[in-house]
Design a protein around this ligand. Structure first.
Ligand code: NDP
Length: 251
């Protein structure tokens, strides 16, 4: 079921201070949606704070370190208070949660992969998004035959695909994204009865701090394509790993 375009969505985006997260926030606001944009250090998030000034009442910036369970719990407590401030009558319900924040420790070589990289990547890229979704689950909009339920979009990567593996490359990142894919499949099962769709999305290679300047795609192009995939998805897609054209990616 496709949501009518005129109906504004209430969205939460993680890692929204730069890269794809900032671009998701920009494009969602441009479509008229309301966004809670989260990042580790709101005081330093200049581009995000400028956007908040341009969209008073529709963009709120809140602190969140996805790798820290205490920070996740604090966001879950703060979101309902925010809805009260906005005068919303149905509480802090969320239509779209974008688990975008992620970390890539580059330069890892076989025999020398530091435990700290594996630890940090798993917490930031896999267990963090899982715990955040679990903590915010009570706020996600339920779907039924008349209304579309919430969507949870997890930013995965082709490097997390075992099926596409060609070389020994960035294990901390690859292992954590493969774990995120499993988290996606598990969350899809856990939330299916409530009509909530959970997707793993591969954006392609995008020009951001992480992707670097040689990447194929601009952040604007990648995000526009991913939002189209999210819009077109249905509950039948829940638990799938999709690319930016809506095609299936090998697990
Ligand atoms: P960037 O490195 O440009 O941005 C990463 C964002 O994640 C930053 O906002 C960063 O915040 C935030 N972040 C990292 N760790 C945490 C944390 N523990 N808590 C909260 N925020 C955190 O990456 P991209 O924008 O390129 O990537 C966005 C997502 O897309 C990632 O999940 C990435 O794996 C995925 N992806 C990107 C690809 C690409 O080519 N760019 C390809 C495939 C997947 P801070 O500024 O505080 O560090």
């Amino acid at each position: 079921m496709t949501r009518p375009p005129q109906q504004p969505r209430r969205c939460v985006v993680t890692g929204a201070n730069r890269g794809l997260g900032l671009e998701f926030t920009r494009q969602l606001l441009a479509r008229g949606d309301r966004v809670v944009a989260t990042c580790r250090h709101p005081g330093k998030a200049q581009a995000l704070n400028r956007l908040a000034g341009e969209h008073p009442g529709r963009l709120h910036v809140l602190p969140l370190d996805v790798a820290e369970p205490k920070s996740v719990a604090q966001l879950a407590r703060e979101l309902p208070l925010l809805a009260g401030l906005d005068g919303e009558d149905d509480g802090a319900r969320i239509d779209l949660l974008i688990n975008n924040a992620g970390v890539l420790h580059s330069g890892e070589r076989f025999g020398q992969v530091p435990a700290a990289n594996l630890d940090d990547s798993l917490r930031s890229n896999a267990t963090g998004p899982f715990l955040l979704t679990q903590a915010l689950a009570p706020l996600l909009v339920d779907g039924d035959t008349t209304r579309r339920g919430a969507t949870v979009a997890n930013l995965s990567s082709g490097w997390g695909s075992i099926g596409l593996l060609e070389a020994f490359r960035t294990p901390s990142y690859a292992i954590s994204k493969a774990a995120l894919n499993m988290a996606t499949a598990l969350l899809a099962h856990g939330l299916r009865d409530r009509g909530i769709t959970v997707l793993a999305l591969n954006p392609g290679w995008v020009r951001t701090d992480m992707g670097g300047s040689d990447a194929d795609l601009g952040a604007d192009e990648a995000v526009a394509a991913l939002l189209a995939v999210i819009d077109a998805s249905t509950l039948a897609d829940s638990g799938r790993f999709l690319d930016r054209r809506g095609g299936t990616v090998a697990w």
